[in-house]
Design a protein around this ligand. Structure first.
Ligand code: ZN
Length: 170
């Protein structure tokens, strides 16, 4: 079954975050990346980074930990590396991230190091998340840059994809 039909059914507009049709499209782009990961047998998490000045996506990535044999190859890490390389800077203060799952502690730390302006994420991750759960990285005194964070964007579509993935794996 194609995942797209499924998403069309479950896609929900966010209720709380400052979203408009443009940034809804960015989350949809992140969801497409997650679908790519799903089809490659990777945990389906997708991410895009947008330059808020130009409104352009400057990096897109999905999880590749199995393919690369790299435990750090989360979608966010790959997207940050790519965005930094593409913009010729280790700091991305005018950039926003759209990611389908609450970032883990490693990725949240990388987001802080990259000085990203905003993070929009999809599903909450009570088990392994590091933003609203676990170590709550952005609230620590060791964290020197705290982005604006908006969680639960297209939460149903993002979360259902993960649930389907783990159900099929079992
Ligand atoms: Zn991560």
């Amino acid at each position: 079954m194609g995942y797209v039909q499924h998403l069309t059914k479950t896609f929900m507009r966010p209720k709380f975050a400052p979203m408009n049709s443009a940034n809804n499209n960015f989350m949809e782009a992140a969801i497409l990346e997650a679908e790519n990961a799903f089809e490659r047998g990777e945990v389906p998490v997708g991410c895009v980074i947008v330059d808020s000045k130009s409104g352009e996506i400057i990096a897109r990535a999905s999880n590749r930990t199995e393919e690369l044999d790299d435990p750090t190859a989360h979608a966010e890490m790959l997207a940050i590396r790519d965005a930094s390389k593409n913009s010729g800077s280790a700091r991305l203060p005018q950039c926003d991230m759209y990611v389908t799952l609450e970032p883990c502690p490693m990725c949240a730390t990388a987001i802080s190091f990259a000085r990203l302006r905003r993070v929009y994420f999809g599903a909450y991750d009570p088990k392994s998340g590091g933003v609203d759960h676990g170590p709550r990285i952005f609230e620590q005194s060791s964290c020197h840059h705290k982005p604006e964070v908006y969680g639960g964007i297209s939460e149903t579509a993002c979360g259902e994809m993960l649930k389907t993935f783990f159900r099929e794996k079992r």
